[in-house]
Design a protein around this ligand. Structure first.
Ligand code: 13P
Length: 244
């Protein structure tokens, strides 16, 4: 059975105390099993604090990592540092970073390399804008975002892809189920064709909530979800996890 994964992306929300309260509330009610896992991505400042004070062990990750190994890169946090504070995962290529921080494929490739060298598992985000969606360019955009990022000898067992249409993030809009199926199938086929890897987990992200998650997760090609807003409310995140 393929493992189902639910990821909470807290973005730039929650201070130390509130983050710990939220993590504990979630952790009290749900447990990782062999077939179902949840991962929390707090802001980097609180990872260590949550790890040290949480009542039960938890899978935790960072929301980003530096493209550089170490040195004079003010404000950056290296993949190795992220690993050393107990993170097993890092998110790379979130559309908010592509948009607000002008992150390009070239830069993302460096981040992927650093995370890989540090032994972090990567959650790599892709997704089209509303303009591309309207022009029927979604698959073309996804192909562009995935091309040239992973080498042929990359360990694909350490990779999760998150499909997040930019227009669905924080908008309460989600694609039609048939469109989610089409994009997820396309991503899976991309890895099969280009890297002979047929088992890539693909998560859906963008306005996932407890009302729509059951239908989205019922698709076989959807291996779980990446949740923003709804992951900041413990009972909502738990409800979503229950539909996984
Ligand atoms: P929302 O769930 O708030 O739409 O955010 C999705 C997201 O960007 C997760 O990475």
């Amino acid at each position: 059975m393929k493992v189902k994964i639910l990821i909470a992306n807290w973005k730039m929300n929650k201070n130390l105390k509130d983050g710990l309260v939220l993590a504990n509330a979630i952790n009290k009610k749900i447990t990782n099993t062999k077939s179902k896992k949840f991962i929390i991505l707090p802001s980097i400042h609180s990872v260590n604090y949550i790890k040290q004070n949480i009542k039960k062990s938890i899978l935790i990750g960072a929301q980003d990592c530096s493209p550089f190994l170490k040195g004079a890169y003010t404000g950056d946090v290296s993949a190795k540092m992220i690993k050393s504070i107990g993170c097993k995962f890092t998110l790379i290529g979130h559309s908010e970073r592509r948009i607000y921080n002008n992150e390009t494929n070239k830069l993302l490739l460096e981040k992927v390399c650093r995370a890989n060298e540090a032994g972090l598992k990567i959650i790599f985000c892709v997704g089209e804008t509303i303009e591309d969606f309207k022009k029927n360019n979604s698959l073309k955009v996804l192909k562009k975002q995935l091309t040239g990022i992973f080498g042929t000898n990359y360990n694909f067992n350490n990779l999760i892809i998150a499909y997040e249409p930019v227009w669905a993030i924080g908008t309460n809009k989600t694609p039609q189920i048939a469109d989610i199926k089409k994009t997820h199938d396309f991503i899976k086929l991309f890895f099969k064709k280009n890297y002979k890897f047929s088992d890539i987990p693909v998560l859906y992200g963008g306005s996932v909530n407890s009302q729509n998650s059951k239908e989205i997760f019922s698709l076989e090609c959807v291996n779980g979800g990446l949740v923003g807003g709804a992951s900041l409310i413990a009972r909502e995140f738990i409800k979503i996890y229950d539909t996984l």
